[in-house]
Design a protein around this ligand. Structure first.
Ligand code: G3I
Length: 359
C-alpha cells in the first residue's frame, strides 16, 4: 500500500530522526542544533513508527476537496479512517443495494498518499439507513440482514483496510448492553456473530469493538473487559479494543488510562486509540491550550507504555474540520492544529511524548 518513494522518504526521515535523537543526547551544541533541524523533519507518523506504532487522522469525504488540508494529512500521518464514508447509511442505502463510492474515495486517497485505512464501522445504532430503522424485523430476518451487510462490506474492502470497527458503541455508561435495534431484536448474540461473519469474509483483517468513555477504568470499560474475556474464551475472532478518546477538559483525564490499556492487552487483544480529540469550552486561552497539550502528551505516553497499544488516530487533525462545534455548542478547539493548519501546543506535546527517551 505504501509507495516505494514514500517508503524510502519515510525511512530516511526516520533514520534522520533517530540519528538526531542519539546525537542530541551526546554531542556538542552546534551538532545539536543541526540534529534538531533534522528532527523537525520527521512527521508524527515517522516518530510513531520508531516505536512500531502508527499515527493517523480521520477524514470525511467533503474534506478531501480542501487540498491544503488533505495534502498535509497525507504527509503527516500514516493511517486514516473515513469519518462517515463506510457507515451503513452510506454503504447500503437501500436493502441489498450497496454503494461504496464514499468509502472508495477515501481508500483511493489513502492509497495515493501511502496511508493505511481503518474501517469504520460495520454496525452502530446511529447513521443507519431509514429502510432498516423503520422496518419491523424478526430476529432471523435481522440476523440475515446484518450478515449480508457485513459480508458484502468486508468483502469489498478485503485487503484495503487493515482493521474494522465491527461493533461501535454497544454498551451503556453503566455497563449494560445498549438497546440498539440489534440487541432489541436479536439479543446479545449479534456481537459474536458479527465478529464471526467479518472474519469469514476477510480472515486477515483485525476486528475491533470500539467505544467512547472507556479510556479509563469504570463500569463501561469493565463491561468490555468482561465481554472480550468471554469472547476470547469462546474462541470468537476478536483482535482489538478501540478506545475512541473523545476527551473534554471539563471532565478530567481518564482514570488510570495506562493500567486500563494494559489490562485489555493482557487479555490478548490489541488496543488502539481510535478517535482522539480533546475539546474545551470556548474561547480557548493559553491555560486551556497548555492543559490540552499535557493531555495529548499523556495519551500518547500511555499508549506507548503498553506494547499492544498499536496506534493513535485523531478524529480529524485541525480545528478547521471538527464534528464538535455542531454537537457541543460553545465547545471546540479540540485538535492539535488550528483552523489555519498551524501547530498548537498539543502538537509539540505529542512530538515530545513520541521522542521521550525510554518511552
Ligand atoms: O449527509 C448529510 C447531508 O446530506 C446534509 O446536507 C448535512 C446537513 O447537516 O448532514 C449530512 O449528514 C451529517 C453526517 O455527519 C455526514 O456529514 C450529519 O448531519 C452529521 O450529524 C454527521 O456527523 C457525524 C457523526 O459521527 C454522526 O454521529 C460526524 O461527521 C462524524 O465525525 C461522527 O463520528 C463519530 C464516530 O463515527 C463514532 N464515534 C463518535 C464520533 C463523533 O460523533
Amino acid at each position: 500500500m505504501r509507495t516505494p518513494a514514500r517508503r524510502s522518504r519515510r525511512t530516511a526521515a526516520v533514520l534522520a530522526a533517530s540519528t538526531a535523537l542519539l546525537l542530541g543526547l551526546a554531542v556538542a551544541p552546534a551538532a545539536d542544533a543541526a540534529s534538531r533541524h533534522q528532527h523537525r523533519a520527521a512527521t508524527l507518523d515517522d516518530l510513531a513508527r520508531q516505536h512500531g506504532r502508527y499515527f493517523g487522522a480521520a477524514v470525511d469525504n467533503p474534506e478531501l476537496s480542501d487540498t491544503a488540508y488533505a495534502d498535509l494529512l497525507g504527509k503527516e500521518f500514516g493511517a486514516t479512517t473515513p469519518g462517515n464514508g463506510m457507515k451503513w447509511y452510506a454503504t447500503e442505502p437501500q436493502r441489498g443495494v450497496f454503494d461504496f463510492t464514499a468509502g472508495d474515495e477515501i481508500v483511493n486517497y489513502a492509497k495515493d498518499k501511502g496511508l493505511k485505512v481503518r474501517g469504520h464501522t460495520l454496525l452502530w445504532h446511529s447513521q443507519l439507513p431509514s429502510w432498516l430503522t423503520s422496518g419491523t424485523w424478526t430476529a432471523d430476518e435481522l440476523r440475515s440482514i446484518l450478515k449480508n451487510h457485513i459480508t458484502n462490506v468486508v468483502t469489498h474492502y478485503k485487503g484495503k483496510v487493515f482493521a474494522w470497527d465491527v461493533a461501535n458503541e454497544i454498551m451503556n455508561e453503566d455497563g449494560t448492553y445498549r438497546e440498539n435495534i440489534f440487541y432489541k431484536t436479536i439479543g446479545p448474540s449479534y456481537i459474536a456473530d458479527a465478529l464471526r461473519w467479518a472474519h469469514a469474509a476477510d480472515p486477515k483483517v483485525k476486528l475491533y469493538l470500539n467505544d467512547y468513555n472507556v479510556e479509563g477504568t469504570g463500569a463501561k470499560s469493565d463491561a468490555y473487559y468482561t465481554l472480550i474475556k468471554q469472547l476470547k474464551a469462546d474462541h470468537v475472532p476478536i483482535d482489538g479494543f478501540g478506545m475512541q478518546a473523545h476527551l473534554a477538559l471539563q471532565y478530567g483525564f481518564p482514570y488510570q488510562m495506562q493500567q486500563n490499556i494494559q489490562r485489555f492487552a493482557d487479555l490478548g487483544v490489541d488496543v488502539a486509540i481510535t478517535e482522539l480529540d480533546i475539546r474545551m469550552s470556548l474561547p480557548s486561552d493559553a491555560t486551556k491550550l497548555a492543559q490540552q497539550a499535557d493531555w495529548y502528551g499523556q495519551v500518547t505516553s500511555d499508549c506507548l507504555a503498553v506494547r499492544r497499544c498499536v496506534g493513535i488516530t485523531l478524529w480529524g487533525y485541525s480545528d478547521r474540520h471538527s464534528w464538535i462545534p455542531s454537537v457541543f455548542p460553545g465547545e471546540g478547539a479540540a485538535l492539535p492544529w488550528d483552523e489555519n493548519l498551524a501547530h498548537k501546543p498539543a502538537y509539540d506535546a505529542i512530538r515530545n511524548a513520541l521522542t521521550a527517551v525510554g518511552s
